[in-house]
Design a protein around this ligand. Structure first.
Ligand SMILES: NC(=O)C1=CN([C@@H]2O[C@H](COP(=O)(O)OP(=O)(O)OC[C@H]3O[C@@H](n4cnc5c(N)ncnc54)[C@H](OP(=O)(O)O)[C@@H]3O)[C@@H](O)[C@H]2O)C=CC1
Ligand SMILES: O=C1O[C@H](COP(=O)(O)O)[C@@H](O)[C@H](O)[C@H]1O
Length: 495
């Protein structure tokens, strides 16, 4: 079952990647388009034009794209003959996006190959969004069959996010604007919708009476890679919480939408964001923990601390780890803590949502000593593997009545023997071409998410103490576990 309605695929499309010779396009987006091509999901009349200011001939660009594709497409998925076919769709155009006259060749190129739909994917710094949209408009390229995809970061705070919205809105209608959050393209996120709204079983349990707490974790073992300049100005709260973690929270907490229509889904997510309890300065001190990694061992390798990474400002207070206790003030969720965790240089790459159910009101069986952690839980694993696992108690075989936790497993790779798209971009690129906005973020969701994180940003900015240190390869500062311990709760798996 698909989580969103399938709109028909247009008979032809042009996908124009601005920043087309950059890291994101060559490492993720072109490989994702290759997978769509390989799996027969693109119409024949579908062209991909990469636009960038880098001085590359078409041949040199195609060589770069090929080299990156070999590097980033898993070997089992690589097929030289398929690439040769895919290559026919690709073209390169050198444009400095700030120069209005340089859009004329773009217009001509698009005129030569008219398509039912043209998607302009802005994989550039957001400071270029308004300029690009303005120049596209001047060339008459913002018509009703054009769409614009905006890459993150969509702002640095509420004011800058609103400024981007207002700028883009001058040239493109909201129904042409696709704000990407690649987590929404991940199969497991859509499966969460299927689980909740395709089965009657969970709905009566999905509320404060039965759910004790929710823990949402996005852990990364990698550091900041080559993105020091970006990351040091951004930090984990802006990079991961304002978007990915809050979006996952919305999918867990939202009310059933009336249909799979884009706005029906986004209306419900917005209500969740609006119901998040705002943080006072005192709350920030009590309910958030920020950390920064120090040198340590990650994946068996000694790695430097954040402050030793190339390009990081001396003494930087940028956080690489965040833990937050959030609460939703509505009838379904009042009093249920939602713990959000994310960090870089943690022991493993892991993204999952864990729903803990309450203990039975009156235990009659001798339970194993599980401390404060109720083992009745539903685990929705997003990556690296994908599954939904329900942990319950069962009687241990033998002549006692001792109970042990057991699990009911839904392993998607085993259940569905078809290829599962990795990463999230494939689905979102196809949806942008189809015109399905359900898995893209609407301006008001984004605004509300910024409104909620802003007091945290401001309080941290004014706090001279800075983030707590944690050794790379560990699960972040111990204080993050104390956030839960105070509520008599353990982090899932006792990490
Ligand atoms: N890389 C990633 O994993 C992710 C990136 N993003 C976001 O996506 C966007 C792109 O990121 P990324 O690909 O890493 O960045 P890159 O710097 O690798 O790519 C951007 C490309 O745009 C080009 N460019 C810059 N200015 C202009 C201009 N005026 N006209 C035409 N081309 C221009 C750059 O050229 P030059 O090199 O000459 O500057 C570069 O080739 C950023 O906003 C980033 O935050 C979001 C999620 C993940
Ligand atoms: O948006 C971002 O996401 C990645 C993590 O994405 P994943 O799909 O690999 O889990 C993160 O590394 C990056 O810092 C952030 O900008």
């Amino acid at each position: 079952m698909s989580a969103v309605s399938q709109l028909p695929f247009p008979e032809s499309f042009n996908m124009v990647f601005f920043g087309g010779a950059g890291d994101l396009v060559t490492r993720k987006l072109l490989p994702a388009m290759y997978q769509c091509h390989k799996n027969g999901l693109l119409v024949e009349a579908g062209r991909i034009l990469c636009v960038d200011r880098q001085d590359l001939s078409e041949e040199a660009f195609l060589e770069l794209a090929h080299e990156k594709a070999r590097q980033f497409i898993p070997a089992a998925e690589w097929d030289a003959a398929v690439w040769a076919g895919f290559r026919q769709r690709l073209a390169y155009l050198r444009i400095d996006a700030t120069q209005p006259e340089q859009y004329t060749p773009l217009k001509e190129r698009l005129k030569k190959a008219p398509a039912a739909v043209t998607v302009f994917y802005l994989s550039t710094a957001p400071s270029l969004f308004a300029t690009i949209c303005a120049h596209l408009t001047r060339q008459g390229l913002n018509g009703p069959n054009s769409r614009v995809v905006l890459e993150k970061p969509l702002g640095h705070d509420l004011a800058s996010a609103n400024a981007i919205t207002a700028d883009v809105d001058r040239y493109f209608h909201e129904n042409q604007v696709y704000r990407i959050d690649h987590y929404l393209g991940k199969e497991s996120v859509q499966n969460l919708m299927a689980l909740r709204f395709g089965n009657a079983l969970f709905e009566p349990l999905w509320r404060r009476m039965w759910i004790r707490d929710v823990q949402i974790t996005i852990a990364e073992d990698v550091g900041i890679g080559s993105r020091a300049g970006f990351y040091d100005k951004t930090g984990a709260l802006r990079d991961m919480v304002q978007n990915h973690l809050l979006q996952l929270l919305c999918f867990v907490a939202m009310e059933p939408p009336a249909s799979l229509d884009s706005n029906a889904i986004r209306n419900e997510k917005l209500k969740v964001l609006e119901s998040l309890v705002p943080f006072t300065e005192e709350d920030v001190h009590q309910k958030t923990v920020r950390g920064q990694y120090r040198a340590g061992v990650c994946g068996g390798k000694a790695v430097p601390g954040y402050l030793e990474e190339e390009g990081i400002a001396p003494g930087s207070h940028t956080e690489t780890f965040v833990a937050i206790k959030a609460e939703i003030a509505n009838w379904r969720w009042a009093g249920v803590p939602f713990y959000l965790f994310t960090g870089k240089r943690l022991p493993e790459r892991l993204a999952e949502i864990v729903i803990h159910f309450h203990d039975v009101p009156h235990p009659i069986f001798p339970l194993p000593k599980s401390g404060a952690c109720a083992p009745a839980k539903l685990v929705i694993r997003l990556q690296p593997d994908e599954f939904i696992r329900l942990y319950l108690y069962a009687k241990q075989p033998g002549d006692s009545m001792e109970l042990q936790p057991v699990s009911l497993d839904l392993n998607f790779a085993e259940q569905f023997k078809v290829r599962r798209a990795e990463g999230g971009y494939e689905r979102l690129l196809l949806d942008a071409i189809r015109g399905n906005q359900a898995l893209f973020v609407r301006y008001d969701e984004q605004e509300q998410a910024w409104r909620w994180v802003e007091p945290i940003l401001n309080t941290w900015a004014n706090d001279p103490k800075g983030p707590l240190p944690y050794a790379a390869g560990t699960w972040g500062p111990a204080a993050s576990r104390d956030l839960l311990k105070r509520d008599g709760i353990c982090w899932h798996e006792g990490k």
